[in-house]
Write a protein that binds this ligand. Structure first.
Ligand code: 26Y
Length: 818
């Protein structure tokens, strides 16, 4: 019996009822009559798990036995979103479960609301990782995701007097039915100490004598493919103390000292860092990074490979994809394992390493590139620092051979920089070690090659490539927009969910008035649903008949939420000054969703300003309800799934050359919102695909931005020249949104007038003009709907399935299926 594979329970309604009640009784330990909504949710989750289990065990065995090349995705973040609905959908259980629960007198929707989403990521990069593992499972690619099981995910945002206040995200407190802890499979991960050389049978070798260690406990999560019977694995590591209690100390009565070690160890996976672009160089963050990659590499070498595996063949079995620089310390760790532990010759180990890693860059902001001080690295990971030095020495030697003693170039390319302090540039290390380096949209990859790492591109021809991001249509169309999904299926048949280019078939339906009417009705229904959700969640409402103009993303100056604010203030000022007849204003609801990093003062001020503008505009009778600002707190994946399907207008207004890709932009287009956007990131590709007529373009191009910087950008000149802009800024400065107090938003105003790093004022006029075109276009509802349908029809390219195919072809060279 122990050897027999488990089998799934019967997929009938009665079978499901039995399993559900069994889980309620035997897992939760309650009868149906006395069960709480949380009990019922947990029992339902366990039931769904049981249905997936046989496949999961089978796939783990299958992947091990196939011995084919696989991908290990290394990411410090996975912004998964709720699991229940996704897992029901993947396993075709949605209808059965709904009926079964109804038989028990339970509305499954009430249970859906119980789930607290695992917010183990900050924003785009973390959500991208979640989309990718969904696509890998759906495409049967042999793969595993590795990351950190943070006890606290991204903070819960609340507003107090319009200002952001952060609350801890205790996502595990009501139970965690989707995870499988394996404490027995824990690994020891070491830190600090010193290194020494020793004589190993006539060979001089180095070894690391660490000072302390922690245990890395794996927690496995199921990643079911969509309707293909596959279940992949996401393995997240939790840190625990090696010896939970030091008995001697405990017996001596010093209880505090005894638990101190435990607290220290458990700190490593305690909380997700909420910064998403300014690395702080904090020791705990480096501990997190090393902790999870060291555990993951060891896990792969010991649990996936056979014991007698010939390590020379590693590149035939594995590629580690580095999700930004966060996991790059894996490179020296891999070298350390091969050279110090497996006693491999350095050159052989380096040749293998260079084939086993690939690096994805997600930024263009120089301040977002991670750098670790040599001082910190030397203290925490002394052997790794030595290895990095040697990699750098050999690399710079090769650069000299190639380019001669061009000291300027050598200094620019060195992995170890001397200024402003001696430190290691992780992006350079990743570039030198990686078989491939990719950006995340065409424009981004091009700028990465030509502007950020041009010397490396010259030195390594062919190493740089592009893979444009994508999003999973399972979560972001099927789950988020079921009515649109049904309409598409009715028109095109069912295959589109796994072959998104088929959406092209909708182009001809865009010309069909009846289809347009039905499409418009879906949008209207989604707005009503959003209204209901926001009312229940936050007491907010979205009036009928308004255009929904949505900007949801992390709060960052480069994304330019300020430009949106200036647009709102301009519209408002026009009304209250009497220059615009309120009857001529297109009714619009502006929806914001945005968290600011807790230490990012300017971002928090902008949040405060948005809320302040909202309070005044929404309450002013002169506006007659035609402008409405709605800013629900705590934007997350769950809310995104409600907001995006209801949107008419998608705001993608970053300064050209700053947004690497964006992925929200893709989700909106796929849900039939039109984009107003700059020539930035993946907006460029969206516009190329949907067509100029179905996209509102404004603002400077990246070369124009460069040129303006070069000639000297003086934002106050734009303020002086443009009357509308001056009125809007003056209104903010006057205290109109701060109860007459002119100091509250003074820093925001002077930042715009005298600094404006992201050229908000330079793009203002063009933005306002384009918003005028938006209003005009919205006036013809039928034409707008046609454009919206064409956006859906032409955005199939942005499926993360296509991204995975590109990674496989250009970088991984893994077999397409197992
Ligand atoms: C080093 C630490 C402070 C840090 C933590 C998180 C740095 C960056 C991040 C997250 C970055 C991020 O989310 N980047 C976004 O990645 C998306 C997926 O590729 C892109 O679409 C988006 O343009 C980019 O900003």
């Amino acid at each position: 019996l122990a050897l027999a594979p488990v089998s799934a329970p019967a997929s009938s309604v009665d079978g499901f009822v039995r399993e559900f009640l069994k889980n309620l009784n035997f897992t939760q330990g309650v009868p149906l009559s006395a069960s709480s909504p949380n009990d019922r949710y947990l029992a339902l989750a366990h039931t769904v798990r049981d249905y997936l289990m046989a496949r999961w065990l089978e796939d783990q065995r299958g992947q091990r036995e196939a011995q084919s090349k696989g991908v290990a995705y290394l990411s410090a973040e996975y912004l998964l979103g709720r699991q229940l609905d996704n897992n029901l959908l993947a396993s075709r259980l949605t209808d059965v479960a709904t009926e079964a629960l109804a038989k028990c007198g339970i509305d499954i929707d009430d249970l859906r609301q119980q789930e607290v989403e695992p917010g183990l990521g900050n924003g785009g990069l973390g959500r991208l990782a979640a989309c990718f593992i969904d696509s890998l499972a759906t495409m049967s690619v042999p793969s595993i995701g590795y990351g950190i099981r943070y006890e606290y995910g991204i903070f819960r945002q609340t507003f107090v007097d319009g200002q952001q206040v952060e609350q801890p995200d205790a996502w595990l407190s009501l139970g965690s039915p989707w995870e499988f802890p394996h404490p027995e499979a824990a690994q020891t991960i070491s830190f600090a100490g010193h290194t020494e050389t020793y004589d190993d049978d006539g060979v001089e070798r180095s070894r690391w004598i660490p000072a302390w260690n922690v245990q890395a406990v794996p927690y496995n999560y199921m990643v079911p493919g969509y309707h293909n019977g596959r279940v992949n694995t996401l393995r997240l590591w939790r840190s625990v103390a090696t010896n939970a209690f030091d008995l001697r100390i405990f017996n001596s009565g010093d209880y505090e000292e005894a638990v101190r070690a435990q607290i220290f160890a458990e700190n490593i996976s305690k909380v997700l860092y909420p910064e998403d672009s300014t690395p702080q160089g904090k020791e705990l963050r480096l501990q997190q990074q090393y902790f999870f990659v060291a555990a993951s590499i060891r896990d792969f070498l010991t649990n996936v490979l056979a014991e007698d595996f010939d390590l020379e063949k590693l590149p035939e079995r594995i590629i580690f994809q580095l999700n930004d620089t966060h996991p790059v310390i894996a490179v020296p760790e891999f070298m350390r394992v091969l050279v110090d532990e497996k006693k491999m010759d350095w050159d052989a180990a380096w040749a293998i390493t260079q084939q086993c890693f690939a690096y994805t860059c997600h930024t263009l902001l120089p301040e977002a590139l991670e750098v670790w001080s040599v001082d910190l690295l030397g203290r925490l990971l002394p052997r790794h620092l030595e290895i990095i030095y040697r990699i750098n020495d050999e690399f710079l030697l090769a650069v000299r051979e190639r380019f001669g003693d061009d000291e300027m170039r050598i200094r620019n390319m060195s992995i170890v920089s001397d200024f402003p302090e001696r430190s290691v540039r992780m992006a350079y290390l990743a570039t030198v070690a990686g078989a491939k380096v990719n950006g995340v949209a065409e424009l981004h990859s091009q700028l990465l090659r030509d502007k950020v790492l041009p010397d490396f591109n010259e030195f390594y021809p062919g190493k740089f490539t592009n893979v444009t991001n994508g999003v999973t249509p399972r979560r972001f169309i099927r789950l988020a927009n079921p009515q649109l999904a049904d309409l598409i299926t009715e028109a095109l048949g069912a295959g589109w969910t796994v072959d998104l280019e088929r959406l092209r078939g909708l182009e001809s339906f865009a010309e069909d008035p009846e289809f347009r009417a039905r499409f418009a009705e879906v949008k209207a229904a989604n707005k009503r649903t959003l209204n209901t959700v926001l009312l229940a969640r936050d007491g907010l409402s979205v009036p009928d008949g308004h255009m929904l103009d949505v900007m949801v993303k992390r709060l960052h100056e480069y994304k330019r939420q300020m430009l949106k604010v200036l647009h709102i203030v301009t519209s408002y000022e026009g009304i209250i000054s009497g220059r615009v007849d309120v009857k001529d204003v297109t009714p619009r609801t502006f929806i914001f969703g945005a968290k600011a990093a807790p230490g990012y003062v300017m971002a928090k001020r902008i949040i405060h300003l948005i809320n302040a503008v909202g309070s005044v505009v929404n309450a002013d009778p002169r506006v007659e309800g035609r402008l409405n600002v709605v800013f629900p707190p705590n934007y997350n994946v769950t809310l995104a799934e409600r907001v995006i399907p209801a949107a008419d207008l998608s705001e993608q207004i970053s300064l050209a050359g700053k947004e690497a890709s964006g992925t929200g932009n893709m989700k909106f287009a796929l849900n039939g919102a039109l984009t107003i956007g700059t020539d930035d990131g993946a907006n460029v590709e969206i516009r190329e695909l949907v067509g100029d007529d179905n996209f509102f373009l404004f603002g400077m191009t990246e070369p124009e931005v460069e040129a303006l910087w070069a000639e000297g950008y003086r934002p106050s000149e734009f303020y002086q020249k443009d009357e509308d802009l001056r009125r809007a800024i003056d209104l903010i400065a006057s205290g109109a949104f701060s109860g007459g107090d002119r100091t509250t938003f003074e820093p925001v105003v002077s930042n715009l007038l005298y600094d404006d790093r992201f050229m908000v004022l330079a793009d203002y006029a063009s933005y306002i003009a384009e918003q005028g075109k938006v209003d005009a276009a919205y006036g013809d509802q039928d034409a707008w709907t046609r454009s919206a349908i064409l956006n859906v029809a032409r955005s199939g390219y942005f499926s993360s399935d296509r991204s995975m195919r590109d990674y496989i072809q250009r970088i991984w060279h893994t077999p397409p299926a197992y």
